[in-house]
Design a protein around this ligand. Structure first.
Ligand SMILES: [Zn+2]
Length: 494
């Protein structure tokens, strides 16, 4: 019997030993986790070394669930178990009555099964309607009747999620949403191995690492977590959003579906400034007082936005028969539908509406990023050209060739694009995107402007009282003596 040569150790001993091995070898504790090297990861290592149950406190979209799942990687590849046991009993130290009986009867002849680590992770999203039966188990009257055993006997029990996580990791997400009755049940089984099911006491000495996640405000709110359970949680570890735009971009690049595969898929090249702007939208949203900070702005926002940005560019390339997909800054505006659902608004934001808030976040993100690039370029001739009454008609569906033709006459635009020193080896789609970046950048900085319909105007005096916000923006650009542009002329730039 091979199990005889695998010494029994608890899950926490196993995780501690394997974490020690990683640390000693200079290997990362977790793969694919970005931005937590100096904060969250060392604290999780400490919790594992301490053999603590722990909780991750953080807002949504901070990779809490991902971190908990990654713990599986620190388990042994396989462990010996008694075949058929729902509790994955160790042949050397069985906890359930049935296995104890088998071990006593069969001794060394007892067969051994090997359980892979992926099957040793159990996860439950806490909701108020989770019951003791879900979490811990229930007395099964049919099983009792068939076996002829009394109802209180352990052998008549239908096991819930926690016992099924025996010898593994049990993760409860959003712990404060768990009814206090269930929290008491969790605590009892951890502390004493005891649980009352429908009044029958059942004793189960389980071996689990218990990990949780919660929103910090919910967790610290008085009365949300019963004190004895809180006492059993050895470490509280705070997660956070990416601290730098670069970290955010790395995560988004890792998660977003950008390289489109499948039949007839076109090659996708996402310019760096588009990635930066998408990430800057998330940073702007997290800092915006109109956005609810208690619920946070998930990293899923830049991820789904980037996917939608690529799709808008893909759609454009397909319509125009272009061989290459190069997203533009204007595609970020076109991706508002993937953005607005991911921000919870404060009252002031609600008044303005999600679409409006989203658009403003995109504008400020473009302004921030373009500002960093524009120092290299002289954009004044471009602004002057628009002030002189120049117009361009474009939308985010305009093909690359048409776009480049449309801007040919704009003074200084080609020079400004060249001065940004972007890698434009990908031909027309790349040059069209870079040109769009400059135009959108100038719009975002309010050096030039446009109406909601997309009409671009350098001196928007003719639009007075149509949109007070744009009028305000326009005032900063306007000179009292400026002549109003020719009315009645349709000018589109989008
Ligand atoms: Zn068993």
């Amino acid at each position: 019997m091979a199990a005889g040569r695998v010494p029994h150790r608890t899950v926490k001993e196993e995780l501690r030993a394997n974490a020690m091995g990683r640390l000693r070898a200079g290997q990362p504790l977790f793969r694919g986790i970005v931005g937590y090297d100096d904060s969250v990861t060392p604290q999780i290592a400490n919790a594992l070394l301490s053999k603590h149950n722990f909780i991750l406190l953080g807002l949504r979209g901070q990779a809490k669930t991902r971190l908990l799942r990654a713990l599986t990687d620190l388990l042994d590849e396989t462990i010996p178990v008694v075949p058929g046991c729902e509790l994955h009993d160790d042949p050397l130290a069985p906890v359930c009555a049935a296995c104890r009986a088998r071990v006593a009867a069969e001794g060394d002849a007892l067969p051994v099964a090997w359980l892979p680590r992926e099957r040793r992770y159990v996860e439950k999203l806490a909701t108020p309607d989770v019951t003791i039966a879900d979490m811990i188990g229930d007395v099964d009257p049919i099983k009792a009747a068939r076996s002829g055993l009394p109802l209180g006997d352990e052998l008549t029990m239908h096991y819930g999620l926690l016992p099924r996580a025996n010898r593994g990791i049990f993760a409860v997400n959003e712990l404060p949403d768990l009814a206090s009755k269930i929290q008491v049940g969790l605590f009892n089984i951890l502390q004493e191995g005891d649980v009352q099911l429908r009044g029958y006491p059942v004793r189960l000495r389980l071996d689990v690492l218990l990990v949780f996640s919660a929103n910090p405000e919910d967790y610290t709110a008085r009365g949300k977590i019963i004190t004895p359970l809180k006492d059993r949680i050895g470490s509280e570890i705070r997660t956070h959003y990416p601290r730098t735009r670069q970290d955010g971009m790395t995560i988004t690049a890792q998660e977003a579906w950008v390289d489109r595969d499948g039949d007839h898929a076109l090659r996708v090249v996402v310019p760096p400034y588009v990635r930066e702007i998408v990430e800057a939208v998330a940073f702007a949203a997290r800092a915006d007082p109109k956005v609810d900070r208690r619920s946070g702005v998930s990293q899923r926002l830049p991820i789904t936005t980037l996917e939608n940005v690529v799709s808008n560019a893909e759609r454009r390339a397909l319509t125009h028969g272009e061989p290459l997909v190069v997203p533009r800054v204007s595609d970020v505006y076109a991706s508002l539908p993937s953005l607005t659902g991911k921000i919870e608004l404060e009252y002031e934001g609600e008044l303005r509406g999600a679409e409006d808030v989203g658009r403003e976040l995109v504008r400020s993100a473009i302004a921030t990023v373009f500002d960093g690039y524009a120092a290299r370029a002289d954009t004044r001739p471009v602004i002057t050209w628009f002030e002189g009454g120049g117009t361009i008609e474009l939308t985010d569906s305009t093909g690359s060739t048409t776009l480049l033709q449309a801007v040919q006459g704009v003074d200084g635009l080609a020079r400004a694009v060249a001065a940004l020193d972007l890698n434009l080896k990908d031909g027309e789609p790349a040059r069209a995107s870079a040109t769009d970046f400059v135009l959108e950048g100038l719009c975002a900085l309010r050096k030039i402007s446009r109406t909601e319909e997309g009409t671009l105007l350098a001196t928007p005096s003719e639009r007075k009282a149509r949109d007070p916000r744009q009028e305000r923006a326009a005032e900063t650009l306007m000179d009292e003596d400026d002549e109003a542009p020719v009315k009645g002329k349709k000018k589109f730039y989008n």
